[in-house]
Design a protein around this ligand. Structure first.
Ligand code: F0G
Length: 465
């Protein structure tokens, strides 16, 4: 038995190999499975009530109490305070969004949007990066790497530039990164490696390179990342007066969030801090629907830690044989081989989960609705709202249930998709969206073109305003 308060452990119950915290690895050395960060709650000073966290805000002069991640450090007690790295992440908002509720088919007051785009680098990644970066700092790493469709790289690059503690090395698929994000990575000074391939290729390569060169890997295979991402759920609970909502709806890409959320709730129940778990809905893009295919169509389940590997291997072999690549406008979830698949199965099992797929048309329509009735989000994030709408239509979610959709990234990430959706320029619409099967922009807000003439401008404003 480990003697530390926190340690790492293989998620497979048949293996269960234990590693100390200073071991920087992203897979079990014995069986190759994913690792968890595990706590001995009898020895950690676990909080007795969730309300106790409210007092931390009064101490916000202390950066560790200001941070929306580290305010909850009693629930992720793996780091000594002097090693914790924070840039003020996690100051995010849970917004009651009645206009979006109507679109989803929920009664007023029942839909909440959790705005993770308000983080310093513009996405939820900062929650996890702060934790992984802290671990990297604990073990004196000098370089940190990731593969990314944009947000992870922007986040890593930001932590490196603000703290000066590490050099960022990022791998992006060529032509597969949104400009808003590439601009962050470049300006923050990351070493940016564009490889000829997609995210799945970049992910495979960065794992090899990190292991070959001893570079610290910060993708969500890193179990410390997920510890930080648990805090998104703590903030949701806090904003709801510590009441557990009926549903958490989250986009699924590499499945780090869904895995982290499941772990957060399992631990809170273990600690007696909540008495029931919310249901979890993970939403894939139809063009990158591995989880949907495996979970809903082929019946893959956690199965007490023994998921049927033949189902997974069979599906990946089909993808390879058909040369099928992930393809969706929601670039952040354009992923066919989600690295956290098994942890996500565990979360779905604990939270009586469902998985749905939504196509790019519905993603962009939902995104426009979020923007016009909320604070706006990037395409991948809107998959959560499109998925909630679908689950309402199916009657899986009831009209009076309390639903929280996680908006994972900022509206400004992908202006190309947004402007094309709202544009009256058919050519632009077709070239950006037509090839994705998007045919209509039902919620477009088109710019009004007027001659450079005062009377005409006034006429136009009277007509449209
Ligand atoms: N939403 C956004 C905005 C993302 O950036 C990502 C992942 C996801 C959802 C998927 O989350 O992996 O937890 O299921 N983006 C990665 C990146 C791939 O490189 O930034 P997940």
């Amino acid at each position: 038995m480990p003697t530390e308060v926190a340690y790492q452990q293989c998620i497979s119950p048949t293996c269960g190999e234990v590693y100390s915290l200073d071991d920087a690895r992203v897979a079990c050395g014995r069986c190759g499975e994913l690792l968890d960060v595990v706590y001995d709650w009898n020895r950690a000073a676990a909080p007795r009530s969730l309300r106790a966290f409210e007092a931390k805000w009064a101490q916000r002069g202390d950066p560790l109490c200001f941070s929306g991640v580290w305010r909850f450090r009693d629930l992720l007690p793996f780091a000594p305070p002097e090693k914790i790295v924070t840039v003020g992440e996690g100051q995010t908002l849970l917004q009651k969004a009645d206009a979006v509720a109507k679109y989803v088919g929920l009664n007023p007051g029942r839909l909440f949007l959790q705005y993770e785009g308000m983080n310093p680098s513009g996405s939820f990644k900062d929650n996890g990066m702060s934790a992984a970066f802290t671990h990297a700092h604990m073990i004196d790493a000098r370089r940190a790497a990731c593969a990314s469709t944009g947000n992870t790289s922007a986040s890593l690059a930001l932590y490196c530039s603000v703290t000066g503690l590490m050099r960022a090395v990022i791998f992006v698929g060529s032509g597969k990164i949104a400009y808003g994000k590439l601009s962050q990575a470049l300006e923050y000074g990351a070493l940016t490696v564009q490889i000829l391939g997609d995210f799945d290729d970049a992910m495979a390569r960065v794992k090899e390179v990190a292991s070959e060169l001893g570079i610290y890997l910060v993708n969500s295979v890193n179990p410390f990342r997920l510890e930080g991402q648990k805090t998104i759920m703590y903030r949701v609970l806090e904003a709801m007066g510590w009441e557990v909502p009926d549903w958490i709806v989250v986009p699924g890409g590499n499945l780090g969030n869904s895995s982290a959320f499941g772990k957060a709730f399992i631990e809170l129940r273990e600690l007696g801090l909540i008495d029931r778990l919310p249901r979890l809905a993970v939403i894939n893009a139809a063009g990158a629907n591995t989880l949907y295919e495996l979970y809903e169509r082929r019946g893959l389940r956690w199965n007490e830690g023994r998921p049927d590997a033949t189902i997974i291997d069979g599906y990946y072999a089909e993808l390879d044989q058909g040369g099928r690549k992930a393809d969706t406008i929601a670039s952040a979830i354009e992923i066919n081989r989600p690295v956290n698949l098994k942890k996500c199965l565990r979360a779905l099992d604990a939270c009586d989960g469902v998985v749905r797929e939504v196509d790019d048309q519905h993603i962009l329509d939902a995104k426009a609705k979020v923007g016009s009735g909320g604070l706006g989000c990037e395409p991948a994030s809107a998959a959560s709202v499109a998925g909630a709408r679908r689950l309402r239509e199916e009657g899986v979610i009831g009209p009076d249930e309390r639903v929280v959709c996680i908006l994972t990234g900022h509206q400004l990430k992908d202006p190309t998709a947004t402007v094309a959706y709202h544009s009256a320029d058919q050519e632009m619409f077709n070239s950006v969206l037509g090839k994705r099967g998007v045919r209509r922009a039902s919620f477009a807000n088109r710019a009004v073109v007027v001659p450079n003439d005062l009377d005409e401008i006034i006429k136009a404003i009277r007509l449209y305003g």
